[in-house]
Ligand binder design. Structure first.
Ligand code: ADP
Ligand code: MG
Length: 220
């Protein structure tokens, strides 16, 4: 099992009030799965994805990634795991505005200490793979939304992570571009990557082999 979550609880402190956001969540995801997490706004989707992505901790229960217990990691450990195992794609792309497409895709390799020349070659290859071979020297604000998301996907893939986590990856895109981006994520899954897509669009959820629905912090 790539991801095994058992009876997980997570709450946020809001002033003096404790708000329980995830309640008794249990999920198993196998390597190579294509999974959607669907639910209304505020249901806890991003919170769950952030825990899976080791960007956030949880209160009770357990989360195992490839057999390792992921609990109370310090930031250095979490960053090391993320860099090795996980690629992220976000609704608003999260590209660095002062860096070109190529430089954005080079970044995760820079964190790994890979030499600059290799970084450039691999980033170029990955951008070609996502259909942006002719845009490598563009800055994010010189790219369309769909192109920005392709850069983000190239960046997520370039370290050969096992798991791609996408939080509403088509949320800021028009229908046609959304389909293109979804097709790209499907291709990536067909190549063997485990892909987890958070969405509130049933059309997108339906395409995935496994659908997880979350309501008020509970899996239904
Ligand atoms: P979704 O992604 O499904 O829209 P979220 O996981 O972002 O939902 O949020 C679930 C609930 O947790 C919401 O009620 C939200 O307001 C609350 N929440 C999310 N992040 C925080 C935070 N950092 N502090 C306090 N409450 C939060
Ligand atoms: Mg969200």
């Amino acid at each position: 099992m790539l991801i095994s979550i058992q009876n997980l609880y997570k709450s946020y402190q809001l002033g003096t009030k404790e708000v329980e956001v995830l309640k008794d969540v249990s999920i198993d995801i196998q390597k190579g799965d294509l999974v959607s997490i669907i639910g209304k706004s505020g249901s806890g989707k991003s919170t769950l994805l952030n825990i899976i992505g080791m960007l956030d901790n949880y209160d009770r229960g357990s989360y195992h990634f490839a057999g390792h217990l992921i609990k109370d990691l310090n930031e250095t450990q979490a960053a090391a795991y993320r860099n090795q195992f996980i690629g992220f794609v976000f609704q608003t792309f999260h590209l660095i505005g002062t860096k070109t497409a190529l430089e954005n895709v080079m970044l995760p390799m820079q964190y790994r200490g890979i030499d600059k020349n290799t970084q450039k070659i691999e980033a170029q290859e990955m951008l070609e793979k996502v259909g942006l071979g002719d845009r490598v020297n563009h800055l994010p604000n010189e790219l369309s939304g769909g192109q920005k998301q392709r850069v983000a996907i190239a960046r997520a893939l370039v370290t050969n992570a096992d798991l791609i986590l996408a939080d509403e990856p088509t949320g800021a895109l028009d229908t046609k571009t959304s389909q293109d981006i979804m097709n790209l994520l499907l291709d990536i899954n067909k190549e063997g990557k485990t892909v987890l897509i958070v969405t509130h669009e049933p059309e997108i959820a339906k395409i995935c082999n496994t659908q997880i629905e979350i309501k008020d912090g509970k899996i239904i």
